[in-house]
Design a protein. Structure first.
Length: 83
């Protein structure tokens, strides 16, 4: 199964990326996912279910430990893995 994750971390800071946002970006970039798009108001990535779910677990734990007070996320099934 292939999944797409979309997420934001809060609180926002438009002047400088907060530690929780930097950590979240590092987790997603290190997870070897595809179609990674990281921005100030939303982030997306796609990949196999195991990789996406492992990344989400790590992202939640590390972002919250780094000061996030809210993490909003959505996970969608976008297809099946190629044979």
């Amino acid at each position: 199964m292939r999944l797409r994750v979309e997420f934001t971390t809060e609180p926002f800071d438009l002047d400088e990326a907060p530690a929780h946002a930097v950590v979240a970006r590092e987790v997603i970039e290190a997870a070897e996912l595809e179609a990674v798009d990281v921005g100030p108001f939303g982030n997306t990535a796609e990949g196999g279910a195991d990789r996406v779910l492992a990344a989400v677990d790590s992202l939640l734990r590390k972002a919250l430990a780094s000061g996030a007070t809210r993490v909003s996320l959505q996970v969608n099934v976008i297809g099946e893995d190629a044979p």
